[in-house]
Design a protein around this ligand. Structure first.
Ligand SMILES: O=C([C@H](O)CO)[C@H](O)[C@H](O)COP(=O)(O)O
Length: 185
């Protein structure tokens, strides 16, 4: 198959994924962000790249958003929300982070393929995305892509859709947001 045909196949998979996401669950995340003082995002590997993109757009909207692991990330407190994107819901560093955040008392949200996973059990808000985990022997979802690629792409699209929903609720537009974009790059 040619590369562009693979692009078309990936888009077909993503189109199908979009139909399987719950708006009710998504709205809980939007409201959770709205009600929180600071917003922390976390994810490992490729899921972590999507989290960084999400944090950047939240910053553009004027939200106090931070990526776990960055040097300037402050302390997590009771009024804050931690959003963990993890296909498997079992990535060890994220499990212990979720446990710690739970003990501190803030809100935990997770975007995952497996709501019953260990991270899912710590979460107050769970958004289930379709896809296959990185160890494809642990899922039966059909995808032509390796490991968790479909989940990770869906995660980025989902985060971008949450941004659009948030912009709609707050009456924000791209020009207002661009005013906050880094001007020393
Ligand atoms: O980087 C990743 C890998 O390439 C899988 O496709 C994962 O995003 C990383 O290992 C985190 O895994 P999950 O927590 O299960 O998303």
């Amino acid at each position: 198959m040619q590369t562009t045909q693979y692009v078309a196949e990936i888009l077909k998979e993503l189109n199908h994924s979009a139909d399987l996401i719950s708006d009710e669950e998504a709205e809980k995340l939007v409201n959770g962000i709205l009600e929180s003082k600071k917003v922390f995002v976390a994810g490992a590997g490729r899921s972590g790249f999507m989290a960084k993109s999400f944090a950047m757009r939240m910053m553009h909207m004027g939200i106090d958003s931070y990526v776990i692991g960055d040097t300037v990330t402050p302390n997590f407190e009771k009024d804050d929300i931690l959003i963990i994107g993890s296909g498997s819901g079992e990535t060890k560093s994220l499990v212990s982070m979720a446990e710690k955040a739970k003990n501190i008392g803030g809100k935990i949200a997770t975007v995952t393929i497996f709501p019953d996973s260990t991270i899912g059990q710590f979460a107050d808000i769970t958004i289930k995305l379709p896809g296959s985990p990185k160890d494809q022997s642990e899922g039966d979802y059909q995808t032509i892509q390796p490991m968790g690629s479909l989940f990770e792409q869906t995660l980025l699209l989902f985060y971008d859709a949450v941004i659009l929903r948030f912009m709609e609720k707050k009456g924000l537009d791209t020009n207002k947001m661009y005013g906050r974009h880094a001007n020393l790059e």
